[in-house]
Design a protein around this ligand. Structure first.
Ligand SMILES: Nc1ncnc2c1ncn2[C@@H]1O[C@H](COP(=O)(O)OP(=O)(O)O)[C@@H](O)[C@H]1O
Ligand SMILES: [Mg+2]
Length: 234
């Protein structure tokens, strides 16, 4: 069953720069796909379309059968959790539990349900006991986990990550990859970390100047040196 259907998606920033050109992409439920490509290829711009931060100026996006338009933005945000590259863009409350409670509270869930969601999300990222800590004082790896918990608390079908291992030390990086391997959600992961792609994502998508230039089994694409070279990945 397809969870994400993107058809003919193009996007131009207000200053006229064309960031996406005619993207067609289907992601199935349960799939984990890496989105790679050199700086400026359009990875972040594509991710920001998936939970309605940007709306498709041209083309269409359907998530779990819901067309992503203004009317459905709220529902789609609960279905697709977007984890920003920099956790400081995602964490703004004095305490960890308030950040993790934010999504379900905003959805209007009762307090006891919110509390249960917070406990469940923190447990899922191995951060039970951090409720009253200040995320400001946590390590990069811990912040990343809390940022993931802030979207897991909405029980999303899909997780979208922008360069999740950027800036993490080797152990935090390894632990993050292990965490992502354990989580059952459909994932689309924009990354320069080809080793992460190899370990975590059976499927790889390569973006080049706003177009999808390759889509196939990760191991196969990573073995294709000319392809990697052409796409600025080597
Ligand atoms: N806010 C913005 N205004 C204008 N152009 C932008 C903006 N953000 C990104 N771009 C441009 O859009 C293109 C794609 O950028 P981006 O999606 O950030 O690529 P990536 O994440 O793959 O590095 C680039 O040419 C970039 O310069
Ligand atoms: Mg980016």
């Amino acid at each position: 069953m397809s969870l994400v259907e993107i058809r003919g998606l193009s996007y131009r920033y207000p200053d006229g720069r064309e960031a996406l050109r005619g993207i067609d992409l289907t992601l199935n439920a349960g799939e984990k796909a890496a989105l790679v490509g050199s700086n400026g290829a359009g990875k972040s711009t594509l991710l920001l379309h998936l939970n309605g931060v940007f709306t498709a100026a041209q083309g269409s996006i359907t998530i779990a059968g819901l067309p992503l338009d203004r009317k459905n933005t709220g529902r789609v945000r609960a279905l697709v959790g977007l984890v920003f590259q920099n956790p400081d863009d995602q964490l703004f409350s004095p305490h960890v539990d308030e950040d993790v409670a934010y999504g379900p509270t905003y959805q209007g869930l009762p307090r006891d349900v919110v509390a249960q969601r917070v406990a469940e999300a923190l447990a899922a990222v191995g951060m039970g006991g951090y409720e009253k800590r200040s995320s400001y004082h946590l390590s990069g790896g811990e912040k990343k986990r809390i940022a993931i918990a802030t979207v897991l608390s909405m029980r999303p079908e899909m997780l979208v990550f922008d360069e999740p291992t950027a800036g993490l030390d080797p152990r935090a990086r390894r632990e993050l990859i292990e965490l992502l391997q354990r989580l059952p959600q459909t994932m689309l992961i924009a990354t320069h970390d080809l080793d992460l792609a190899r370990r975590l994502c059976p499927r790889m998508l390569i973006l080049k100047q706003g177009t999808l230039s390759a889509d196939g089994p990760t191991a196969q694409l990573l073995d294709n040196e000319p392809l990697l070279y052409e796409n600025g990945l080597l």
